[in-house]
Each structure stands twice: as C-alpha cells, then as structure tokens.
Write a protein that binds this ligand. Structure first.
Ligand SMILES: *[C@@H]1O[C@H](CO)[C@@H](O)[C@H](O)[C@H]1NC(C)=O
Ligand SMILES: *[C@@H]1O[C@H](CO)[C@@H](O)[C@H](O)[C@H]1NC(C)=O
Length: 293
C-alpha cells in the first residue's frame, strides 16, 4: 500500500481503497457518500486494521476521508486523513443540484463560494456577472483554496449580485454554478426588549395596551411574538408593529415596537405578558404582570 498524502486525485469511476491501522477504527466520509445508499461504500473491519472501499466512484464523492482508532486516546496525531478528488474528463466542476445558489453576506462573517472542482490542477478565477469582470483575488481579503473554494473575509456590500467561477485546464474552460450574493444586515448582538403597560392594574371592562420596544442599530429586522393569558380567546386583542428612526445619544438608532391592544378587559386577561424579540443574533424576552380589578 502507499501512504496517502494531503490529497489524492483519481479518475471518476475508479475504485478507492483506503486502509487504516487500529483495533476499533472509525471512518468519516463526505456527506454525499454517507447519505447515498447504493452500496458503493463498503467498510470491512479486520483484526488489526479496517478497509474502506468506494466502488464506481463519481465526481460527487469528492471530499475529506478520515479515520481514527477509537480505542486510543483522542489525538490529532492518531488520525489519518486525505482529501480525494475524482477527476472527470469532461466536467471541471462537481455537479450541483441548482443552477443558482444564494449566499448571504454578513458583515462580520466570511462568505464561502465552494466552486468545487474535480481536478486540483484546474486554475480557478472569480468573476462578477454585471458588469462582467474578474474579481481580484489577493489571497487575504479573498482567498482561494482548491478544497474549499473562495472565502471572502469581511464581505463588502458592494459584492452583492451574481458571481461565478471560471475553471481552466488545458483547452477546457468552464463556468460554475452562479452564486447570488445577498446582503444581510447582521446585528452585533441580540435585541434588548423593554416592556411597558399603559397601566399595571386595570378596571374590568376597560381597555389597555402593552408596548414592547427594541432600541438598536438601524436596518436590522426585529421580529416580535407575544405570550399572554387571553391568547386562546384573541378576538379582543390586536397587535400592531411600527419602526421608526430615532436619534439617541448622538447616534442614529432604530426603534422597533410591538403594541398589544386589549379591549374591554375581562378576568382572564390578568397575568404575565411576555414579549419575545428576535433578530439574527438571537431572542430575548421581557415580561410584565397585569392585574385586573
Ligand atoms: C459498479 O458498476 C458495475 C458496472 O457498471 C455494475 O455492474 C455494478 O453493479 C456497480 N456496483 C455498484 C455497487 O454500484
Ligand atoms: C376599547 O377597545 C374596543 C375594541 O376592542 C374598541 O371598540 C373601543 O373603542 C375601545 N375603547 C376605548 C375607550 O379606547
């Protein structure tokens, strides 16, 4: 057997045979192969080692194959792993299900455009569709790795739009799936709701309202939901939401409010009112207690 390196490049259709020494060997294979159930993946445990076979391989079997001996203490050095490419004579890209793939651009998170190639020797460049031009890849702000694709660190809003990869090898030049990059305003923290009722003790038959307010960064979507005693009989309760821009402590902020109007209070309206405010970073709640007299 040959000791495998960082990556292996085989022809699609070939059989892969990997061996891993150990008493209780575990394997990890690419998700596609794990989920597919056509009997192409075979694992045989022998006394001192384990054999992994992938027959009739396809370019979608691309990815990391690793093994470790679960009888040993956990440790990186005890792991074997390699990345396997299944080269296709006609196709430079691993087939994908969709012609378009949406990628969210979050201000504080790197974005990944996989453009998986079947051959590690392919030269891959990144292009914008409108206007049609190559996107400079400097190796820091935008980085290419043949196993992962393009990583965009700290995505700029100006990158939003349609991007694709161009792979060239010999006389072949092929474009990838289109990646639709969509800007998402990503909040720096979860919302901090405050709750205020028009009165804390209400006369039977009177109306009252409970307001939940989230003060935060502008253009960040906040979703509200409520839990309250009369929720099952909601005909006399209505919720209303509003969003306004305010200047607070010298900064532009957004005030998001959800107002619950309770008309003609009855005994069942007494109890705890909880407002749940959610943004992309998480959910927080605020509560108040209403008494009905
Ligand atoms: C592999 O391909 C051969 C030839 O096409 C076929 O006879 C065999 O059933 C395939 N094996 C599996 C496990 O798909
Ligand atoms: C109280 O609420 C009801 C609807 O539930 C409405 O018809 C009525 O006008 C309200 N009364 C006052 C004083 O706001």
């Amino acid at each position: 057997f040959q000791k495998v390196g960082d990556f292996l490049s085989l022809w699609a259709g070939e059989t892969v045979e990997l061996h891993c020494w150990g008493n209780v060997v575990r394997w990890r294979v690419p998700v596609y192969l794990e989920e597919e159930d056509e009997g192409r993946l075979k694992i045989k445990h022998l006394s001192q080692h384990s054999q992994l076979l992938v027959v009739n391989s396809t370019s979608t079997d691309i990815g990391e194959y690793s093994c470790w001996d679960s009888a040993c203490a956990e440790g990186e050095d005890r792991q074997g792993n390699t990345f396997v490419f299944f080269t296709d004579r006609e196709q430079l890209y691993v087939p994908t299900k969709d012609y378009y793939e949406a990628v969210q651009l979050h201000t504080h998170q790197p974005a990944l455009l996989p453009c998986e190639v079947t051959n590690p020797l392919a030269q891959v460049t990144l292009h914008q569709e409108f206007p049609l031009e190559e996107v400079p890849v400097d190796g820091t702000a935008i980085f290419f790795n043949v196993k992962k694709g393009f990583t965009i660190h700290q995505p700029q809003a100006s990158l939003a739009g349609s991007l694709f990869c161009m792979a060239s090898l010999g006389h072949m030049r092929q474009i990838s799936t289109k990646y639709m990059l969509v800007n998402i305003n990503y909040p720096s923290s979860s919302p901090k709701p405050t709750i205020l009722a028009s009165a804390l003790s209400i006369q039977l038959g009177e109306n009252f309202s409970v307001t939940c307010t989230v003060l935060g960064e502008p253009e960040i979507a906040v979703d509200f939901s409520w839990e309250y005693p009369g929720q099952k009989a909601t005909s006399h309760v209505t919720a209303q939401e509003c969003l306004i821009v305010v200047h607070h402590e010298g900064q532009v902020q957004q005030k998001a409010e959800s107002i619950l109007h309770i008309g003609e209070t009855w005994v069942g309206d007494a109890g705890v009112y909880t407002s749940r405010a959610t943004n992309l970073q998480g959910t927080r709640t605020a509560t108040t207690h209403i008494l009905v007299i």
